[in-house]
Design a protein around this ligand. Structure first.
Ligand SMILES: [Zn+2]
Length: 468
């Protein structure tokens, strides 16, 4: 098959048939003749530009699929956590195999270290990842296998010289010491994203090794990943070429939640990235991180395309400084739904009104791009849009209701261009990219429901990559 003919749809500025050849929309009109080999899509009502998720992690999403899920749907208490891990240990069979579990949260699963894990699983190595992605906890068997009592990097927690099994932000070190799982199933991740109408993603992993980007490039090259993929990479790769098939985005700078860099160090990293012609994406999940990043930007000077990731806690004075700098914020409204009930218990009451702002940012002139941060947040962009409007948690509580945006703006969070999150929404035009969400309903209805089941088909780079 080559080419797609979408019949009789409303694309915002017109209505009729749309022809896609190669990766562009090449003809619009009514009653276009079907060309040989062209795939015809009938019965649709409207189309939208393909959604772009401005911040997620493809490799981690693939690893997540092959892991034991300790997320809130399955674990509401320490007893649940023990049961789920024990069940996994039993079903894995062979005692030598590692158990990799993800989505752990101390508020539901209880505090974990090697000894509490040993009480649940003793006869095989277990590693449990905190839902934030920043902490791993290993049982004693796993500690012994990775050599945790020997010469280890910072980030390995010790009490009286003994490793507790807790490892913070040392993924590269750990990855070299645990057996590789099978090849990551990036195709399954890509199919799931396509089912939501996602045709482009920005992978915000601060990759240190160019070889890790080659895995993504190969997946795009083979067609296993059908989306357009923009990558970030760490400052060490700021001057590296982008592997074929991937688009080079901003450099990802981490302002850690545990160890903060100096303002000078951060400004120097910004300068370095800018010197390579790259913008920066700065991870800011706390008030302090945001202060540091903004101060560094005021020293280094902003570059178009610079952005703050999360902007989880932004008091109004910081909002004004962001606006003056022209820095966009890439937000994750889905966290309000998924984690909001915990925020209301755990976050400093002073910080709650500043959580994941949206409307205030836009009113101040700060661009806001939408994303899911999957697998650390729910991967469904329609859920994120719903949360951007309602600001509701899983149990229905509301966080910062005044930060809610109207429905078209919620959709717009996922329509800005990859290089300009928070910029104007892309539109469907003759000659434009053949990246489309094909809807079984009107756009008004899709905005009313914000539900991926209205995605009848997805066209990415001129090919039908999903049919509902
Ligand atoms: Zn992230």
């Amino acid at each position: 098959m080559s080419g797609v003919l979408v019949r009789n749809v409303d694309w915002g500025s017109g209505r009729g048939d749309l022809r896609c050849s190669a990766d562009r929309i090449t003809e619009v009109g009514s009653d276009l003749g079907q060309l040989p080999g062209e795939e015809e899509l009938t019965g649709a009502v409207a189309v939208l530009p393909g959604l772009h998720d401005h911040h997620l992690h493809l490799m981690a999403m693939a690893a997540h699929r092959a892991s034991v899920d300790l997320g809130p749907e399955r674990v509401a208490s320490p007893g649940d956590l023990a049961r789920v891990l024990d069940g996994a240990a039993t079903s894995v069979g062979t005692t030598g195999l590692w158990i990799r579990a993800v989505g752990y949260d101390a508020t539901t699963g209880g505090e974990l270290d090697r000894w509490t894990l040993d009480l649940m699983v003793r006869d095989r190595p277990v590693r449990v990842q905190h839902r934030s992605g920043h902490l791993w906890v290993l049982n004693s068997r796993a500690c012994a296998l990775v050599g945790l009592d020997g010469d280890v990097p910072t980030g390995v927690e010790r009490v009286d010289g003994v490793a507790t099994g807790r490892i913070v932000d040392a993924d590269d070190w750990l990855a070299l010491r645990v057996p590789r799982q099978g090849p990551p199933d990036l195709a399954a991740v890509s199919r799931r994203l396509a089912s939501f109408g996602v045709t482009g993603v920005t992978d915000c992993t601060p990759v240190h090794d160019a070889a890790d980007l080659e895995v993504l490039a190969a997946a795009v090259g083979s067609g296993a990943v059908v989306q357009r993929v923009m990558v970030t990479g760490s400052i060490g790769l700021a001057g590296a070429d982008s592997p074929h098939g991937l688009e080079l985005g901003p450099v990802k700078l981490m302002v850690g939640d545990l160890a903060y860099p100096s303002v000078d160090g951060l400004a120097a990293a910004m300068d370095e990235a800018h010197g390579h012609g790259r913008s920066v994406a700065v991870h800011c999940a706390s008030r302090i991180a945001a202060v540091l990043a903004i101060t560094a930007w005021e020293h280094a000077g902003p570059r178009p395309g610079d952005r703050m990731e999360h902007g989880a806690v932004l008091p109004l004075d910081l909002v004004a400084r962001l606006a003056r700098l022209g820095i966009a914020v890439v937000t994750q409204p889905g966290f309000l739904y998924e984690r909001g009930d915990r925020y209301l218990v755990e976050v400093e009451p002073d910080d709650v009104p500043h959580l994941y702002r949206c409307a205030t940012l836009e009113a101040a002139g700060v661009g806001v791009g939408g994303s899911t941060d999957a697998p650390f947040g729910p991967d469904d962009p329609w859920l994120a849009m719903r949360s951007a409007v309602s600001r509701r948690t899983r149990t229905g509580a509301r966080i910062g209701p005044d930060e809610g945006v109207d429905r078209p703006r919620a959709l717009g969070l996922f329509l800005s261009a990859p290089a300009a999150p928070g910029g104007p929404p892309r539109t469907v035009t003759d000659g434009g990219p053949a990246d489309l969400v094909v809807l079984d309903c009107t756009v008004a209805q899709a905005l009313e429901d914000f539900d991926g089941r209205h995605v009848m088909a997805t066209v990415a780079r001129g090919r039908v990559v999903h049919r509902g």
